[in-house]
Design a binder for this molecule. Structure first.
Ligand code: AMP
Length: 471
């Protein structure tokens, strides 16, 4: 029924800006790394809610003409990584629908783990769905609520949801921003001073979206909090009781940009700390520390500074690899990785290399990169991974394959080392990852490394089974 129950996304929202859609365009452009399949913006003035979404990259979709068709002083934006296939366009966000609470536009980052159950119940009562995304369920629940005001109806809906959701909701009159009580996915809040002492409020999955427009980061929307912005100003209220937090550690490991603050902490600080701790944990005699760009750069800088081994950009990344590149010949093995990365032979020849990357998922990329570095003349390749082995799929919004496809779920570190053909392989130990994010109060989710899920997953259990059979 659902294409997949993990979607990687970036969301943005702005209120009180004369060029709201243009700002949303800049915002989701800065969040492009969080999803490259589809993007959308909904804007609103006091008369109407407008929406445009399409498959592809933000810069290609939002031309001047398209942006001119999105008037108003408030807007929300979304970038989405989705499955391929016919349903992908249907699932592009924001979702916009006419309800008994007026026209709503909604964008979502995360994964509602009981969406399937809710949808089945609604369908049995005659509800019609146009997409296969879990986000549409929220619109139905809002519409069906007997509460008259939108915030109250939204609260009604939210109380029925389980899992991960950072949501932005737009109407003609107001913007509402919400985080789930576990705080799985981030949502930063910022502001811009406008003329006449007015303030424009901005919200984004990551603070890198604020920098381009000069907005100032003011902190996060709290887990279990609803922020409402309308003519009366900004109000904050709790819609759910406090819960133990489960902030996604993978945001710091890989997903977020290093120039962002996520969960109130600079991502680059975490990544450099991961590298330093990895060097302390597993030192090795080597000549150069080489990152797998871009994901391994900050951790490699940390590893180099702690170990005293020089940092070298021994792999160069081509940032312009399109999705539809036509392979000249199937016979060229490793073509995909070669398109993206090229070894700097001058830096690698005759060297003992510490190769640093953020994670190993299936193991296929690491194997190709180790081979590439060795073919460039490295005498030894020691692979260092700045997180623990990924042993369990994520059900809270990160795209991970089935357990069967996760190499570390089924193989020992020695076996993985042999598979990727490295001279040695070490992963950052879990206690060190906790130190790197300074998690002294147990406020992060580590389920992909431990298999211990912080919420009930009753409704996805059948899917877990289905996934492992498919895998
Ligand atoms: P592989 O081991 O071949 O499956 O690929 C692992 C690489 O994919 C890692 O080095 C990461 O840079 C990247 N990666 C890890 N998790 C994700 C994710 N959820 N979405 C996209 N890329 C990822």
């Amino acid at each position: 029924m659902f294409d997949k129950f993990h979607e990687e996304c970036g969301v943005f929202a702005i209120y009180g800006h004369p060029e709201a859609a243009n700002m949303a365009n800049l915002g989701i452009f800065a969040l492009q790394h969080r999803g490259q399949e589809s993007a959308g913006i909904a804007s609103a003035d006091s008369a109407e809610v407008y929406c445009h979404k399409a498959m592809g990259h933000v810069a290609d979709i939002f031309t001047v003409d398209v942006l001119n068709g999105l008037p108003g002083d408030k807007a929300i934006g979304h970038t989405r990584y989705s499955t391929t296939g016919d349903s992908a366009k249907l699932n592009a966000q924001p979702f916009s629908a006419m309800t008994n609470k007026g026209r709503l536009a909604l964008a979502h980052n995360g994964n509602i783990t009981n969406a399937m159950e809710i949808r089945t119940a609604l369908e049995s009562e005659g509800a019609i769905f146009s997409a296969t995304s879990d986000t549409e369920v929220v619109l139905h629940l809002i519409s069906r609520s007997r509460e008259r005001s939108l915030p109250a109806a939204l609260r009604d809906a939210l109380l029925q949801l389980e899992g991960a959701f950072s949501l932005v909701l737009l109407t003609k009159n107001e913007l509402i921003v919400v985080r789930d009580p576990n705080g799985f996915r981030p949502m930063a809040m910022g502001q811009m001073e406008m003329s006449g002492d007015r303030i424009s409020y901005v919200f984004a999955s990551e603070t890198c979206a604020f920098d381009l427009m000069g907005a100032v980061y003011m902190g996060d929307v709290e887990p279990g909090e609803m922020v409402i912005v309308n003519k009366g100003g900004l109000t904050r209220e709790r819609w759910a009781p406090r819960r133990k937090l489960s902030q996604c550690v993978f945001e710091h490991v890989y997903f977020s940009r290093p120039d962002s603050m996520v969960f109130g902490r600079p991502v680059v600080q975490t990544r450099e700390a991961m590298g330093r701790l990895l060097a302390k944990q597993n030192p090795v005699a080597a000549d150069v520390v080489v990152p797998v760009p871009d994901s391994g750069v900050a951790a490699a800088i940390g590893y180099a500074s702690e170990s005293g081994i020089p940092f070298r950009m021994g792999l160069i990344r081509n940032h312009h690899v399109g999705r539809t590149f036509i392979e000249p010949s199937q016979a060229i093995r490793d073509f995909g990785v070669k398109l993206k990365l090229n070894p700097v032979r001058h830096l690698l020849r005759g060297k003992r290399v510490v190769l640093v990357d953020d994670s190993i998922v299936r193991g296929t990329t690491s194997r190709k990169i180790v081979r590439m570095v060795r073919n460039a003349g490295a005498t030894e390749v020691h692979l260092r991974i700045s997180c623990p082995p990924t042993v369990s799929p994520c059900f809270y919004g990160v795209d991970t394959p089935t357990k069967n496809e996760l190499i570390a779920a089924n193989h020992s570190i020695e076996e993985i080392c042999r598979y990727v053909e490295a001279d040695s392989l070490e992963y950052l130990a879990l206690p060190n990852l906790k130190d790197a994010v300074v998690d002294t109060r147990g406020e992060y989710c580590y389920a992909c490394y431990t298999g211990e899920y912080p919420t009930d997953l009753v409704s996805v259990e059948s899917l877990i089974g289905e996934k492992s059979q498919r895998g």
